[in-house]
Unconditional design. Sequence first.
Length: 281
Amino acid sequence: MSAPPIFDRHAVRQHRDRAAPMIAAVQDVLSDIADRLLDRLDDTTHRFTQALDVGGRGVVAPMLRARGVDCVSLDLSARMAGLNGGLAVAGDEEFLPFARGSFDLVVANMSLHWVNDLPGALIQLRMALRPDGLLLASLPALGTLDALRAGLTEAESALMGGASPRISPFPELRDCAALLQRAGLALPVADSEEIELLYADRLAVLRDLRAAGETNAVALRDRRVPDRALFPQALAGLPERDGRAVVRLRVAMLTGWAPSETQPKPLRPGSGEMSLTRVFE
């Protein structure tokens, strides 16, 4: 018996459709994260020719083309896919419509955290890569929007006598490299980038989440119209700096390679030529 879905994928698509005309409002944040992710391309001597952009929201594809890499874009939302320019496909990250070995680079920037089967999606992305192809992915990690999550829980409990899930659950950073390894990717690396956003208008936090297509799509969400006081009361608890509300993002940056015979491999245990006891004599 399969586990019930964590996320309502129909709602995810609707939210991204609705966000497509507003995405320019958060383009600076998405571009900043994409820049940090694509910086990892400068750490390798590989030259990539054919990339898949997964959920780049009109930001990643132009950056890849500026680097001289041909790009195909995929998005759950047809409207969002249309923002990428070039060849774009409306499709589901959970059921990739590409043949094995179609790409030598896959970039998924802030697009995999609404996927119900993340290990399965990573396996499909690995299969879409050619041998020695590179996967770069970013996603919110545990710690992202913590103050807003706590504020919503406290405010809803006070106003309605109980709380429902309103912010997506995020993975712990320490689990991300294990996810890459589980998906069959070689040389997995997971590190994090800390980003702080400052808001003079606290309600703009919610407007930006809506503009990014990041509103609540948890399957067990409360679908009733919330109390009008809920969001102002929750936002009042955000930390402040110089009179502005602080919103913290902790972004996991994931790197993994499709297995290849040419990749370096760890030495077989016991195959070293010198004992450590001799080193420290």
